[in-house]
Ligand binder design. Sequence first.
Ligand code: OAD
Length: 333
Amino acid sequence: MEKIRKYLAQKLRVFDSSKYDGQSQQKTLRELSLNGVVEYIKENENLKIITMAGAGISTCKYLPAGIPDFRSPSSGLYHNLEKYNLPQPQAIFDLDFFMENPEPFFMLARELLPEGFKPTPCHYFIRLLWEKGMLLRHYTQNIDTLERMAGLPPEKLVEAHGTFHTGRCLKCRAPYTLPWMKKKIIEGIIPKCEECDEGVVKPDIVFFGEMLPERFHDLIERDFVQADLLIIMGSSLVVQPFASLVDRVRSNCPRLLINKEKVGVQDRLSRLLGLRQGLVFDTKGSHGGRDVAWLGDCNTGCQLLAEKLGWADELRDLVKKEHERLDAEEKTD
Ligand code: OAD
C-alpha cells in the first residue's frame, strides 16, 4: 500500500513529505484539541513553528484593521465589485486585464490602501512567537503590509503574493515606494513612471498570471520539512500554490487551523488513493491524528491560545503599546 501511495504521489506530483519523516524525533499531540496543541508547545523545547495566513487575519471588526477578505459571502471583496464592471471578479487582479485597463485596480486600491489600518492581536501573536524564538517563518498571502507594521523582521516573513510596500514600472522596471504610489492613488491618478514616462507603476503584488517571488520558492524547500508545528489562520486555502504548503510539513507534524470555517480539508479522491493531501480533521485514520481545527474569529483564537500558554498579559500589553506607538506616528505624519 505504501509503495502504491508513493507511486501515485509521484505521478500526481503531490509533495511527498514522508521521505523527511525520519529526520527528526517524532513528536505528536496527546490530544486533538487546542489544549493538546498548548501542551505540545509547552512541553517541546526549541519548537520550530511556521505560521500561514490569509485575509481573515486582517478583517477584525473591532479594530481599525477592518480590511475585507476575498471570498466571504456578502462582505468579501469579490462580492462587492459590481461598480467596476469587470468581466469576472478576479479580473481586478489579472495581469492581462490590468495592462489593458488599470483603472478598476487603482480605484479599488484607493479604498484598500493600508491607511489608518493597524495590525490585529493575531498579527501580534505571530510577533510574540518570534520574540520567544519559536517562529521559523511566517508565510502570508496578504498584501496589506500589516505583518511588517506589527514588527515582524523581514527575514521571518514571506509575502507569497507580494506587497503594496514597493512598486515597479511595468515597462522599464524602475522601482517606486509606497508613499509615492499612495499619493498618486489617493489623488485618483494612475501612477505613471517618471523615468521612462510611459509605463504604469504597479504595486509589487502578485497578480493572476504572474510568478510568485523567488524567496517563496527558495524558502519553502528549506522550511517546511523542518517545522514542528504549522498554524494556519484566516485563509480559505483555495489559491495555489500557497494552499498546498500544508502538505509540505512532515507527515507527523501537527497542524492547527484557526479560522471561521474548516478549509483545506482532504478530498475524497486523495483519501481513497491514500495520498497525504489536505487537512484531516475528525478522524484518527491512517495518517490522521495530528490536525486540529479551532473555529471562530482569528483574534479570539490567538488570544485564547496566548491565555492558555500564559502569555495573555504580554499579548495585551504588546497590542496596546504598539497601537499607541502607531497612533503617535500617525499624528506626527
Ligand atoms: P479568502 O477571502 O479566500 O479566505 C478568507 C478566510 O478567512 C475564509 O475562510 C473566511 O471564512 C476566514 N475569515 C474571514 N474573517 C475571519 C476572521 N475574523 N477570523 C477567522 N477567519 C476569518 O482569503 P485568502 O485565503 O487570503 O490573491 O485568499 C487567498 C488569495 O485569494 C489572496 O491572496 C488573493 C485572492 O485572490 C491574490 O491577490 C493573488
